[in-house]
Design a protein around this ligand. Structure first.
Ligand SMILES: NC(=O)c1ccc[n+]([C@@H]2O[C@H](COP(=O)([O-])OP(=O)(O)OC[C@H]3O[C@@H](n4cnc5c(N)ncnc54)[C@H](OP(=O)(O)O)[C@@H]3O)[C@@H](O)[C@H]2O)c1
Length: 246
């Protein structure tokens, strides 16, 4: 039996860790040839080796997405891409008086500008071929107040607006653009925040627990695949259910 994504190429940004890594493994298991992106070459090689060991196809491309010229080089090195997962992201928390210009610019550069540049570089070719799928990683904090996460949430709220704009811009030519908004997920990035912050966020979920990266990857892969063929411009919440009062 031919796997669902056989013959397609997927670029997953931030695939050296967490949600991106789990998504790369899942896309490869479904037959996609995966371009694994990140900055950490050791973890990039580990992800590629794990995909190969499971019988899949992958290669690693390094790029610092805070630098526009590196984003465009990544797009060029990725080549013809059918599936783009804009997953790489940063999240730093601070009150507004402590939110510096550098912090604001870093969030907008990696979380918002890099996806915009990748879509601008890759979506026209998808549209010319008449098919393609893009999934952006947002967050529950883009639409619900999460104290201390204003800058992070704003960078992702902008990405949700761009998701709808891109869905419109490329939809008539066969390219679907959606977003997944996760709640708390165990990843190397959130491990750095300390377990109590993550558990506190999890107490405000209906499911009362933190997600594993593989659970978010399933939502991403669904939207990326033709199983979601009539879904575009949508933000799929994978938040474990949001509670007003935890
Ligand atoms: N984890 C959560 O609870 C959660 C919740 C909601 C939304 N999200 C979103 O989900 C996405 C993934 O989160 P995660 O927790 O899995 O992340 P993570 O564990 O912190 O890993 C981040 C990934 O992004 C890459 N990255 C970060 N900055 C980069 C830069 N300047 N240039 C290139 N690559 C860069 C990292 O690459 P290297 O390590 O190789 O440098 C790494 O692969 C993010 O967009 C995040 O906002 C996460």
């Amino acid at each position: 039996m031919t796997a669902e994504l056989t013959g397609s190429t997927a670029l997953v940004t931030g695939a050296t860790a967490g949600i991106g890594r789990a998504t790369a493994l899942r896309l490869a298991a479904l037959g996609a040839s995966v371009v694994v992106h990140g900055r950490d070459g050791t973890r990039g090689a580990e992800t590629v080796d794990e995909i190969a060991a499971a019988g899949g196809r992958a290669r690693y491309v390094a790029a610092d997405l805070s630098r526009p010229e590196e984003v465009l080089r990544l797009a060029a090195e990725a080549g013809e891409v059918d599936v783009l997962i804009n997953n790489a992201g940063i999240y730093r928390f601070a009150g507004t008086p402590d939110s510096t210009a550098e912090m604001f610019d870093a969030h907008m550069a990696v979380n918002t500008r890099a996806p915009m540049l990748l879509v601008g570089a890759l979506a026209p070719a998808m549209a010319a071929r008449g098919h393609g799928s893009i999934v952006n990683l947002s967050t529950g904090a883009a639409t619900t107040l999460f104290r201390g996460a204003a800058v992070y949430g704003a960078s992702k709220a902008a990405l949700e607006l761009l998701t709808r704009a891109w869905a419109d811009e490329f939809g008539a030519r066969g390219v679907r653009v959606n977003a997944v908004a996760p709640g708390p997920v165990h990843t190397p990035g959130t491990d750095d925040m300390g377990g109590e912050t993550l558990r506190m966020i999890a107490r405000n979920t209906v499911l009362q627990r933190v997600a594993e990266p593989e659970e978010i990857a399933e939502a991403i892969v669904f939207l990326a695949s033709s199983r979601a063929s009539y879904i575009t411009g949508a933000v799929l919440e994978a938040t474990g259910g949001r509670l007003a009062i935890g």
